[in-house]
Design a protein. Structure first.
Length: 257
C-alpha cells in the first residue's frame, strides 16, 4: 500500500434535513481491504454510492488515486468545482461495484452479460472480451454456464456472474454492497468463497459493506464501525471483532452474531 486509493476529506452528505454522512475523513490505501459495519442507515452504503457517482457530496471532497473525484479543477474554493458528468464518467471507470441485487440482463447469456460492458465502455474487441469473460467465469466456478440465461441460474450463481461482470471492467477498486443479503442462507457461502479468492489472488482495493462477520474477519485489513454517519471505531479485523473498545460496537456485534 504505497499510495492512497480513496480519500474522503470532510465529506458530508445530506438528504433534506437528514445528515447521512457527517464530516467523514477516511483514507483507504491502494490494495487495502476495508470493511464497513454498522446498523442500517449509518452511512455505509452512501459511501459506496458516492464512489459510484450515484449520489453527489453535499460538502467536502472525495479523491480517488490521489486526484479529485467528486470535484475537478476550476475557479472554486481550493481551486475546485463540482465535477461534471463527463469528468465523473471518465474517473469512475476504475471503480467496480457488486450490488445486493444482481441486475443481470435476462435476455442475454451469462457470457454476453460479462462481455457487454468491456466492449461498449472499455472499447475492447469482442473476441478479447469474450476470452477474458470465459476466464473470469471459470474463476467464479461457472465455466459450464456461459451459454445459460440468468433466469436458469440460482441466486448464488447469478451473484457470481455479477462478480465476474464487475471484474471484467478491470477495476482498481471494487465495492461490495451487502452482496449476500438477497440470497438464501445455503447460497451465501459459495459467493463469499469467490470473494475470498478475489481478495487472496488479486491486488484490487476492496471496500465492503457486510453483516457477515466471518467474511469480514477473513478478508479485511481494517474494519470501520459506523453509527449516525460517523466512524465510532476503527481497527484491525481481529482486534475490533474480538475486543471492541466502543460500547456501540460491542452492542452491534452482539446483535449480528
Amino acid at each position: 500500500m504505497d499510495a492512497e486509493a480513496v480519500r474522503f476529506d470532510r465529506v458530508t452528505k445530506r438528504f433534506g434535513d437528514h445528515t447521512v454522512l457527517d464530516g467523514l475523513d477516511l483514507t483507504v490505501g491502494r490494495g487495502e481491504r476495508v470493511t464497513l459495519i454498522g446498523p442500517s442507515g449509518s452511512g455505509k452504503t452512501t459511501i459506496l454510492r458516492l464512489l459510484m457517482t450515484l449520489e453527489r457530496v453535499t460538502e467536502g471532497v472525495i479523491h480517488v488515486g490521489g486526484e479529485p473525484f467528486s470535484h475537478m479543477p476550476g475557479a472554486g474554493a481550493g481551486g475546485l468545482v463540482p465535477a461534471s458528468e463527463r469528468y465523473l464518467a471518465d474517473r469512475r471507470r476504475g471503480i467496480g461495484m457488486v450490488f445486493q441485487h444482481f441486475n443481470l440482463f435476462p435476455h442475454m447469456s451469462v457470457l454476453e452479460n460479462v462481455v457487454e460492458a468491456p466492449v461498449h465502455v472499455l472499447k475492447e474487441g469482442r473476441e478479447e472480451a469474450a476470452e477474458r469473460a470465459r476466464a473470469l467465469l471459470g474463476m467464479v466456478g461457472l465455466a459450464d454456464k456461459v451459454d445459460a440465461r440468468p433466469t436458469r441460474l440460482s441466486g448464488g450463481q447469478q451473484q457470481r456472474v455479477a462478480i465476474a461482470r464487475a471484474l471484467a471492467m478491470r477495476p482498481e477498486i471494487l465495492l461490495l454492497d451487502e452482496v449476500t443479503s438477497a440470497l438464501d442462507p445455503e447460497l451465501v457461502a459459495e459467493v463469499l468463497d469467490v470473494l475470498r479468492d478475489v481478495a487472496r489472488d488479486t491486488d484490487i482495493t476492496l471496500l465492503c459493506v457486510t453483516h457477515e462477520m466471518g467474511f469480514a474477519r477473513d478478508v479485511s485489513d481494517r474494519i470501520l464501525m459506523f453509527d449516525q454517519g460517523r466512524i465510532v471505531e476503527s481497527g484491525r479485523a481481529g482486534e475490533l471483532l474480538d475486543a471492541p473498545r466502543h460500547e456501540r460496537t460491542r452492542a452491534f456485534l452482539s446483535a449480528v452474531r
